[in-house]
Ligand binder design. Structure first.
Ligand SMILES: C[S@@+](CC[C@H](N)C(=O)[O-])C[C@H]1O[C@@H](n2cnc3c(N)ncnc32)[C@H](O)[C@@H]1O
Length: 427
């Protein structure tokens, strides 16, 4: 009886797995044979006990494993889509030694399939419960050769270093020195790195005294805990006793005219249309985020959208350019008679017209210079002690251990002008 049951589950899983892989190939998320083979081989449902088997094989569905008291996700089985994208970025090869930050079991096993029996995979998690869970799942799936360890990623995992690849599956705000120290020559770090509130899975490789990106991709992950934890500030712009209805997510260093912006939100808005197609939104948003002198992400509850206080774009978080008490955020509208959408901006405040025009100018610059370029930006991570005079031109983002510079090589005007230290902005 049991045999019949588990055989039919295995058969159903195999059919679902093939369909998932087919879809991920069609989306362009799986691009290589080793990643495809790993995804076809590993029984993902064994890492999602208690979930319907169909949910385990939905290509773009993260499954939350643990929440905090406020209901915020602390751990999840990440969506297969982003896992395969990051494996394509990392390209672990047979025999390689790879630690994964953040355990669940499934991603570690995909890596184990790629590095083979001669390779080493360590999965590191700060949470004892998650470590236990991952070990149980790995045992059930027969992958006990994956080592699961408890520890804070801030200090890396020295036992077994140097590592050929370091794959991080929790949202990081900084690059701890331990990761660089423990990286083998010619190694590669793949990390969801938050820059000015926007997270991209960045591929970083050593280049002399610093790290330089070779690729990046939109992603979202549960935040890093432990010594590297770095919370974002949510500045309420409107709301009542139940909490903010409209808020601005900003990095901690920026100082803002909050009272002015609150007043501005209630005053009539200025709207501008750019003529720029609304597509490749993650690329466009990253450009705006790194180019706006002062930047935040406007977020709103449905009630604020329904009441007409903000545009529906704010429901998903709208990149926002800020100047004093004025701010502008992006929106979109359908282009009549076509399937296209056009990008526009909505601006509030005493300088609404000026910030709207500045935003539209940035949209047009992205359209002209970067729409067809991949990867368009260069992300460089320098040690915190690097003097400003030794840094390349670009957007400087200060972290605790590092100074991150994002630049846009090859613009018609040359590199963006050197914009100084972010924490001085907005003052
Ligand atoms: C998205 S989950 C990992 C998903 C997993 N790789 C998978 O196969 O689906 C992120 C994990 O990172 C862990 N984490 C957060 N901060 C950490 C830290 N500082 N050190 C190690 N693990 C951490 C969390 O406990 C959580 O389990």
């Amino acid at each position: 009886m049991t045999t019949t049951c588990s055989t039919s589950t295995a058969d159903a899983a195999s059919v679902l797995r093939e369909a998932m892989v087919r879809e991920l190939r069609e989306w362009g998320a799986i691009r290589s044979e080793p990643v495809e083979q790993a995804a076809l081989t590993v029984p993902r449902h064994l890492f999602a006990p208690g979930e319907p088997i169909e949910a385990a094989y939905e290509p773009n569905k993260p499954l939350v494993v643990k929440r905090d008291e406020q209901g915020l996700a602390l751990s999840s089985l990440s969506a297969t889509h982003i896992q395969v994208v990051m494996l394509e970025q990392a390209r672990p090869e047979p025999g390689m030694r790879v630690p994964e930050v953040g355990s669940g079991g499934y991603n570690a096993v995909l890596i184990a399939e790629m590095v083979g029996e001669s390779g080493t995979v360590v999965s590191l998690d700060i949470d004892a419960e998650i470590v236990e869970r991952a070990r149980d799942c790995l045992k059930a799936a027969g992958y006990e050769r994956v080592i699961v360890a408890r520890g804070d990623a801030e200090y890396g995992y020295a036992d077994g270093a140097p590592w050929d690849r370091i794959i991080v599956t929790a949202g990081a705000w900084d690059i701890p020195p331990a990761w660089i120290e423990q990286l083998a020559p010619g190694g590669r770090i793949v990390v969801p790195l938050r820059m000015r509130g926007l997270t991209r899975s960045v591929v970083l490789e050593p280049d002399g005294d610093h790290l330089v990106s070779t690729d990046y991709h939109l992603c979202g992950f549960v935040p890093m805990q432990g010594a590297g934890r770095h919370d974002q500030r949510l500045i309420p712009l409107a709301g009542g006793p139940e909490g903010p209805e409209v808020g601005l997510r900003v990095e901690e260093e920026q100082r803002l005219d909050v009272a002015g912006m609150r007043k501005a939100l209630c005053a009539p808005a200025v709207q501008r249309w750019s003529g720029v197609d609304f597509d490749h939104v993650d690329e466009l948003d990253f450009f705006i985020g790194m180019s706006a002198p002062v930047f935040g992400v406007l977020a709103a509850r449905v009630s604020a959208v329904d009441s007409g206080l903000v545009d529906p774009a704010a429901k998903r978080g709208a990149p926002t350019l800020i100047r004093g008490a004025s701010f502008a955020y992006r929106t979109a509208r359908p282009v009549e008679g076509t399937e296209r959408y056009e990008t526009g901006v909505i601006a509030h405040g005493p300088e609404a017209v000026a910030v709207a025009d500045e935003y539209v100018e940035l949209l047009r610059r992205w359209d002209r210079d970067f729409r067809h370029r991949r990867p368009a930006a260069r992300i460089e991570v320098f040690p915190a002690a690097t003097p400003t005079s030794d840094l390349p031109k670009g957007r400087l983002i200060e972290k605790a251990h590092s100074r991150v510079v994002v630049s846009w090589p090859g613009t018609r005007e040359g590199l963006l002008r050197h914009t100084g230290i972010t924490h001085r902005e907005g003052t």
